[in-house]
Design a protein around this ligand. Structure first.
Ligand code: SF4
Length: 67
């Protein structure tokens, strides 16, 4: 089942830990200082890194849900 990834941009502080954990899913909009989601529906193979990104986000801005 595909995952769904969203970032709460009001909470995001631009720490970019998400990019480090899952560079194919997240990028950083440097002018805005906020994360962007490159891949809002990551594959199951990307699940571990996406969940790591959500766990390590200092602002707890990342939500990962199934389907
Ligand atoms: S780790 Fe969290 S706070 Fe940092 S850029 Fe990613 S979503 Fe934003």
């Amino acid at each position: 089942m595909p995952l769904k990834v969203t970032v709460d941009l009001a909470a995001c502080q631009g720490y970019a830990c998400c990019m480090t954990e899952a560079p194919t899913v997240f990028d950083l909009d440097e002018s805005a200082g906020k994360a962007t989601v490159l891949q809002p529906s990551p594959s199951d193979e990307q699940r571990a890194e996406v969940e790591n990104a959500a766990r390590t986000c200092p602002a707890k801005a990342i939500t990962v849900t199934d389907g």
